[in-house]
Design a protein around this ligand. Structure first.
Ligand SMILES: *[C@@H]1O[C@H](CO)[C@@H](O)[C@H](O)[C@H]1NC(C)=O
Length: 359
């Protein structure tokens, strides 16, 4: 069995003076450079938590952050009715991109959502429907009545994943912006990815201060958003600092910076998820992440801070989705090697989830 490890690191800041912040950030960089080494200094102002996890001998040393994820997974009981464990909507899908919303929606179902909706453009709908009878597909996103029509569904939805396969059509982008405002107004948890992030890059005030939002930029999207918000190029030499800065500038919106390892921050805490994946990156992997994250965000908010040990539910959900995506990548790679695709990763969700969160 291949080794895999999680080195997760949680850095909680008290009302620390600036010098403490500097020290913390330098510490985070050290942690990144050698993220499997548990070498940290503990200061009174700064609470460090370091977790290392080896699955092949995980009997006693269960990783604490993974345990928090386990805490938010709703138990399967016979008393529940359809829909209680999650009704997720994906906003995205246009004539060019039909795979992304499919991957995001099907991922949320495979992780355990009861229902998955896709709100896409008119021409994309029949195509996305044809991929799977498990999805509910609404051809609305390019209509000028889209926002009104989608808002009608809000009472039936728990969380939204905004952006997979969205594209940059003007009407679609405008509708998406208005939808984000509606979500914010109603307190709906949202994950924003891909061209959904384009909306935010054009107008960051749309998301400002909405702490039920989780943004999932890749390196390019992160740099673009950083420049749009902070009006200066990002210094990637110090990734945790850049991430903290951007999150705070957006009013402590949670950001998952996807990369070689995933960095997650809510402006206060930085978590690192470096569970072993593989050298293979296939298009669509980010959609698996955003789709599963939409559901886990719902779970985490329902569970509340008691179940997450006081840690922001968005962080726990994000860590769970990152760990799951990496585990799927790892398992699919072992079977398919270079030929691995996102469909192969989707097929691993059930065993990967079970392994990480139910065993
Ligand atoms: C964001 O979090 C930091 C650190 O916890 C806090 O000092 C700051 O006031 C927060 N900002 C907002 C806008 O809530």
């Amino acid at each position: 069995m291949a080794d895999r490890s999680v080195a997760a690191r949680s850095v909680s800041r008290s009302r620390a003076a600036d010098w403490a912040r500097g020290a913390l950030l330098r510490g985070a960089v050290v942690a990144l450079a050698s993220f499997t080494a548990a070498l940290y200094c503990l200061r009174t102002e700064v609470l460090h938590r370091v977790f290392t996890f080896h699955s092949h001998r995980n009997s006693g040393g269960m990783d604490e952050t993974l345990q928090l994820v386990r805490n938010i997974v709703p138990p399967l009981t016979t008393e529940k009715h359809k829909g209680q464990d999650g009704r997720i909507a994906v906003i995205g899908g246009c004539s060019e991109y039909t795979g992304a919303p499919y991957f995001a929606a099907i991922a949320s179902l495979k992780v355990g959502a009861d229902l998955a909706h896709v709100f896409c453009t008119t021409d994309a709908a029949p195509i996305i429907k044809s991929y799977s009878p498990n999805l509910i597909v609404h051809p609305v996103l390019d209509k000028n009545t889209a926002v009104d029509e989608i808002v009608q569904w809000f009472p039936a939805l728990h969380a939204m994943v905004i952006g997979p396969g969205l594209g940059r059509d003007e009407m679609v982008q405008q509708n998406t912006k208005d939808l984000i405002v509606e979500c914010k107004y109603r307190g709906m948890p949202i994950v924003v990815d891909a061209d959904g992030l384009w909306v935010i890059t054009q107008e960051p005030s749309v998301i400002q201060g909405y702490t039920k939002a989780i943004l999932t930029p890749n390196v390019v999207e992160f740099a673009r958003l950083y420049t749009a918000v902070l009006d200066t190029p990002v210094d990637m030499e110090n990734e945790p600092e850049a991430l903290l800065k951007l999150s705070r500038a957006l009013g402590n919106v949670t950001i998952v910076q996807k990369g070689h390892h995933d960095l997650i921050s809510d402006g206060t805490t930085v978590l690192v998820c470096s569970l072993k994946g593989s050298g293979r990156r296939c298009g669509g992997q980010g959609d698996l992440l955003s789709g599963s994250l939409g559901l886990m965000a719902h779970w985490a908010f329902v569970a509340g801070k008691e179940k997450t040990d006081g840690i922001n539910p968005t962080l726990v959900a994000a860590f769970g989705a990152c760990a799951l995506t990496r585990q799927c990548n790892n398992q699919a790679f072992q079977k398919h090697h270079r030929s691995m695709t996102t469909s192969d990763m989707i097929a691993e969700i059930s065993t990967a989830f079970h392994k990480l969160f139910e065993s």
